[in-house]
Design a protein around this ligand. Structure first.
Ligand SMILES: [Zn+2]
Length: 302
């Protein structure tokens, strides 16, 4: 620029600066001024509800999220060790769950991801029921967790877990139901298998987490020994988000930003499953059934 030209700010530079500020506000939700930050005052989740969420995408659909285990389980072995029906055999009510070597517990992880996912699903119009409403209680037992999904007439149920596998093994996997010993879950096997496949794809791409390298096949296992799957009468899978005993997986699981990605992957998988056949007009599939009787917004006790 010639010396004789007076120094002035190019209009393009001003536009660029304004654009940078707008992007910063959009991303962080905060206006950053020299000398300090100023929040907009709204309390928001770590990454917020996805901006492009269609508030009607899941209208009329009911999703049950089942965060595995519970914070009070370890203090009440008598309650969680009692045997309950698991679909043709009896099994412990619940277990304590896994934890990382640093002591981050699976029950805390699953509850955190469940709350994040519930917010995203509700932003898309879904009715969301959690099988427990805090992380301090005991149980519920596996049969009760299944019953909550059944009585809600849920369109889909996902039990959230993280594995306690061999330390050298890493990655996530989805557990789909096999036919239960009592034959009671035959009706959900095809849909649950489809849910498992869609969730595997969505979770992997949202998190960058590879499929488990220590069990299953390409991120899927099929089991008949889980009461929560054997007793379900609505499409249901377990999502094992990673291996808490593996250092790399444990670092991701312990990171709130990754947990938001995990919730996003869960939500995307559910959206794919619930919208695959196109929007459904309310009462067709379950017309006259018990779907409405449970009360769409009822929250189960735990
Ligand atoms: Zn678990």
């Amino acid at each position: 620029m010639p010396r004789s030209t007076p120094r002035r700010v190019s209009p393009y530079a001003l536009l660029a600066a304004a654009a940078v500020l707008a992007i910063a506000v959009a991303v962080t939700g905060m206006v950053i001024w020299p000398g300090g930050t100023e929040s907009d005052g709204a309390r928001r989740p770590a990454a917020g509800v996805t901006a492009e969420a269609d508030p009607r995408a899941l209208a009329g659909r009911t999703v049950v999220i089942d965060p595995g285990h519970n914070g009070g389980n370890s203090a009440d072995p008598r309650a969680i060790n009692r045997l309950v029906d698991a679909g043709g055999f009896r099994k412990e009510c619940d277990t304590v769950g896994a934890e990382t070597t640093d002591g981050y517990a699976e029950h805390a992880f699953t509850f955190d991801v469940a709350v994040r996912a519930a917010e995203e699903l509700r932003a898309r119009g879904a009715t969301v029921i959690l099988t427990r409403n805090d992380d301090q209680g005991v149980g519920p037992c596996v049969d009760e967790r299944a019953r909550i999904g059944n009585e809600a007439g849920a369109d889909a149920v996902v039990s959230l877990h993280a594995d306690g596998g061999p330390p050298q093994g890493s990655g996530f996997h989805v557990i789909a139901p096999a036919a239960s010993p009592d034959g009671g879950n035959d009706g959900i096997l095809p849909a649950s298998g489809r849910l498992a496949n869609l969730l595997r794809e969505a979770f992997g791409s949202a998190t960058g987490q590879p499929p488990a390298d220590y069990l299953g096949e390409d991120g899927i296992t099929v089991r008949a020994d889980l009461g929560g799957l054997n007793l379900s009468r609505v499409p249901k899978v377990f999502l094992e988000c990673g291996n808490m005993r593996n250092p790399g997986d444990a670092a991701r699981i312990s990171d709130p930003a990754w947990r938001q990605q995990a919730a996003a992957g869960l939500v995307q998988g559910l959206v794919a499953f619930l919208t695959d056949g196109g929007p459904r007009d309310g009462g067709t599939a379950r017309a006259g059934g018990g779907g409405g009787s449970s009360g769409a917004s009822a929250s189960p006790g735990s």
